[in-house]
Design a protein around this ligand. Structure first.
Ligand SMILES: Nc1ncnc2c1ncn2[C@@H]1O[C@H](COP(=O)(O)OP(=O)(O)OP(=O)(O)O)[C@@H](O)[C@H]1O
Ligand code: SF4
Ligand SMILES: [Mg+2]
Length: 342
């Protein structure tokens, strides 16, 4: 039976982040002249195609899914690096994309920060750490005096487990994990409420990953931070998430509390992802063998985009796109789940 999802019991107010039907299309057409001469049509790639979710203050929503499913595009939409082609984003009750375009947008940008996957590429190699972490403080006019700035940079370094003495060094003098800590310190400089973390530990060794993840969890607890956390690593997601959203070809196919998702995945794609991890415990249900590859996003399958890979697909699946519905306390987009076939 389908039902509207009940608000979570511990909800204390409005969610901090509400994405509604967010979509982003990229024009990947050949150059204009080739199109005219070779009579080629315009080509649009639907990187994100109608994604809705909300994140409560102080909580973490993790987004998972195979390469190219649109995770980074969602991240960039959330921080205003991309404007949506459709849909919108409410942040603390205000229309974020409308605000980003106004002078008020500066205030909003202070409240929403992003951490990228590659800490080396995102840190200017020619700047010392003091300037790297101090830049957002200066740019947003938060602090300008040299002494104040140094003091604050020192505090930020300590908050991520580094020493204030590190501020006179260059990025190349640090290990990968330390560099990612510097990125986190820089992101925290403006005292944001919402951090969008795009694969923040994927470039790190496993042992270092755990340290960085623990720092991020501690910071969340201490500062009440809200995270959108992107990872293709389900073990990492299991460690950090409160809720998990599973994406496939630009859409969310399942959104559930972490415990529920890992213990009782509903969507065949979620099952396939979980079954690909050998060490995951299973609840006795049959494994869904991993099969096929992600389709070309320029030519997505009809109906349910997962149908060419799905062991439960039938005629309805290839004809009709399933909607994300509230079913037994989780949101799932699957005809077979809706019909009670699986
Ligand atoms: N600026 C762009 N121009 C054209 N196509 C883009 C652009 N950015 C992303 N895409 C395409 O949009 C789709 C989604 O890309 P995105 O980077 O969001 O995926 P992802 O889930 O983050 O993948 P990964 O796990 O590899 O980081 C892909 O097909 C990608 O090729
Ligand atoms: S809608 Fe059909 S094809 Fe898609 S996941 Fe469900 S059963 Fe599989
Ligand atoms: Mg990405």
């Amino acid at each position: 039976m389908n039902a509207v999802i009940e608000p979570r019991k511990e909800t204390t107010g409005e969610p901090l982040v509400v994405a509604h039907d967010l979509a982003r299309t990229f024009d990947v057409s050949p150059p204009w002249l080739n199109r005219v001469l070779e009579r080629k049509p315009r080509v649009l790639l639907h990187a994100v195609d109608g994604v809705s979710f909300s994140i409560e203050r102080g909580k973490t929503l993790a987004l998972v899914g195979e390469s190219g499913c649109g995770k980074s595009t969602v991240a960039r939409l959330l921080v205003g690096l991309y404007a949506p082609t459709r849909g919108g984003l409410q942040f603390d009750g205000q229309d974020a994309h409308a605000a980003f375009k106004t002078p008020e947008g500066r205030k909003l940008r202070r409240r929403i920060q992003m951490i990228f996957q590659d800490p080396y590429a995102s840190l200017n190699p020619r700047w010392i750490v003091e300037d790297i972490i101090g830049e957002p403080l200066r740019e947003h006019g938060i602090l300008s005096g040299k002494a104040e700035l140094r003091e604050r940079v020192g505090e930020l370094l300590k908050s991520v487990g580094l020493s204030p003495l590190d501020m006179s060094k260059y990025p190349h003098q640090f290990s990968g994990g330390q560099r990612q800590r510097i990125s986190i310190a820089r992101a925290l400089a403006t005292q944001p409420e919402f951090l969008v973390c795009d694969e923040p530990t994927s470039a790190l060794d496993v042992s270092v990953q755990a340290q960085v993840l623990n720092i991020m969890k501690d910071l969340q607890r201490e500062q009440g931070l809200t995270y959108l956390f992107i990872s293709h690593n389900l073990a990492v997601v299991r460690h950090v998430a409160d809720q998990v959203g599973v994406m496939y070809l630009g859409r969310l196919v399942e959104v559930a509390d972490k415990q529920k998702l890992f213990a009782d995945p509903q969507h065949p794609y979620t099952r396939m992802l979980l079954d690909a991890i050998p060490q995951m415990k299973h609840t006795g249900r049959q494994r869904t063998p991993v099969q096929g590859e992600v389709p070309n996003p320029l030519n997505p399958p009809t109906g349910c985009a997962f149908h060419p890979r799905c062991p439960h697909a039938n005629a309805r699946c290839s004809a009709e796109r399933p909607k994300l519905l509230g079913i037994q306390g989780v949101q799932v987009a699957c005809h077979a789940v809706e019909e009670g076939r699986i």
